[in-house]
Write a protein that binds this ligand. Structure first.
Ligand SMILES: [Zn+2]
Length: 477
């Protein structure tokens, strides 16, 4: 990576799509693989995923969930048991038809999602109300045969976790969906610094086989919405398809109520887009693989400077993730570019004059003036700066989202808002499929989310009948 290469990243404002791909590749988050549509995730990209995994796993465990693992392959007859489910996923399924030399008597689907392999296990494991709830998840990958793919945002294989829970009552299952929605919102807003709208999907946008889909929608800087996570209330659809019943305390045999939920490596794509700039990634401290990079400015007093830089790394390392870049084959300028490209929130420069003055020079990746910080008390000073950066990135993203959210009282006004403001357009809706289809066809936008607990007012933008719900529309990834 040379200074010239960094400048080869296209401008974010001028060509958002090329800018995105260049950052993902040059910051070494991921790369194309020999299998079309499948990507290799590189260590720095995987570190972001590990950060999300660690954070989520702690929240999942704290709320009583446990991890398990289920087979990669699903017999075709199982995938077909839930009619809507198979219809929704059939066009994207990859099939195994042969094992070694032997042609299989039944095709096996590479899981596009795992309801059809997990629920049959629940049928074996759940007998009584005493066995409920079952709160399992698995960290795995799934395959969906996509035609057009983009690094992280849409790939034929992606990493995720999928939660699959079984409950005694509909209320319990719904409460689970909302609990998970809240955990995902905390991940997005508190860790990734990406504001989200939360609520439910309209019927046509639900997960195939779900009675209700809770969703989190974020707005990216090109004005397009992205679905950041979902939590599905599956009702008893899968319970009935796979015959998962339990004996309740009233001695009645009943079907379980189930949920499923996920966030995926797509979130890494959201991170790149939400905060990055013309110099590359900008990472919120909460998720950054390194909070701080220390770059010694070597000159006359090389040994002294290196010793000071190492001491600093040791001191800060007790509280932060620190990278000391003491490679002598690269110039400081080269290193500055490299770590800016990789989005490290704080850079500390230590040169001979700083050593003499007992200080380091602090530079924020997100912008602002250089600042000299005394080594004495530097841990608290850097901690404060990291907190500020975390908040600043969230507020910056939220200010963008809020200024790109408008409302419209006619279909024409939606078209106008999408062209002029871009972003979310809030409209009243009568809840008819026909009116939804009309908006979709005439504006190119899709209904992203119906906010919860927000009473509709006014009329449907299409038919003029009283509105039953608010809906946020946007063009979307
Ligand atoms: Zn209507």
């Amino acid at each position: 990576m040379t200074e010239r290469e960094a400048s080869q990243i296209p401008k974010k404002d001028e060509n958002f799509s090329e800018w995105y791909t260049a950052v993902a590749l040059k910051a070494e988050l991921a790369d194309y693989s020999p299998v079309r549509g499948f990507m290799a995730i590189r260590p720095y990209g995987y570190a972001l995923w590990e950060g999300m995994q660690a954070w989520l796993d702690r929240r999942f465990k704290d709320t009583g969930h446990v991890s398990a693992y289920f087979p990669l392959l699903v017999p075709e007859s199982f995938l077909q048991k839930e009619a809507e489910h198979v219809q929704g996923f059939a066009p994207q399924v990859a099939w195994v038809t042969q094992g070694g030399d032997e042609k299989l008597s039944e095709r096996l689907a590479v899981r596009p999602t795992s309801e059809a392999i997990i629920l049959p296990m629940y049928a074996k494991w759940i007998q009584s109300y005493r066995d409920l709830p079952v709160l399992l998840l698995q960290w795995n990958s799934v395959v969906r045969w996509e035609r057009a793919t983009r690094l992280f945002l849409r790939t034929a294989e992606f990493l995720w976790h999928e939660g699959h829970t079984a409950h005694r009552t509909a209320e319990d299952a719904d409460a689970e969906c909302r609990l998970i929605l809240g955990i995902y919102r905390d991940l997005l807003e508190d860790v990734l610094a990406i504001p989200v709208l939360t609520g439910i999907k309209s019927k046509s946008e639900r997960f195939a086989g779900a009675d209700n889909t809770y969703t989190l929608e974020a707005l990216m800087p090109d004005g397009q919405a992205i679905q950041a996570g979902t939590s599905h209330f599956l009702g008893q659809n899968f319970a009935k398809a796979f015959n998962v019943k339990f004996l309740d305390s009233d001695n009645q045999e009943k079907y379980i109520w189930s949920t499923s939920w996920a966030v995926t490596t797509r979130l890494i794509g959201c991170l790149i887009m939400a905060h990055g700039d013309d110099r590359g990634l900008v990472l919120p401290p909460q998720i950054a693989p390194y909070h701080i990079v220390i770059v010694p400015i070597l000159g006359k007093e090389e040994a002294k400077v290196l010793a000071a830089a190492r001491d600093l790394a040791k001191t800060l390392g007790t509280r932060f993730r620190v990278k000391l870049d003491d490679r002598d084959a690269y110039t400081p300028g080269w290193k500055f570019n490299e770590w800016e490209l990789r989005g490290v929130p704080v850079r500390l420069e230590v040169g001979p004059r700083d050593v003499a003055a007992g200080q380091a020079v602090l530079v924020r990746r997100s912008g602002g003036a250089k600042q000299a910080v005394p080594v004495n008390g530097i841990t608290d000073a850097v901690g404060k700066v990291l907190d500020e950066i975390q908040k600043e990135l969230f507020h910056r993203a939220k200010a963008y989202r809020d200024s790109h959210t408008t409302s419209a009282d006619s279909v024409e006004a939606i078209v106008r808002a999408l062209a002029e403001v871009k972003g979310f357009v809030k409209v009243g809706w009568c809840e008819s499929q026909q009116c939804e289809d009309t908006i979709r066809e005439r504006t190119g936008a899709s209904p992203r989310v119906i906010p919860l607990d927000e009473k509709a007012r006014g009329n449907c933008v299409v038919c003029g009948k009283p509105a039953k719900a608010w809906v946020y529309y946007a063009r979307a990834y």
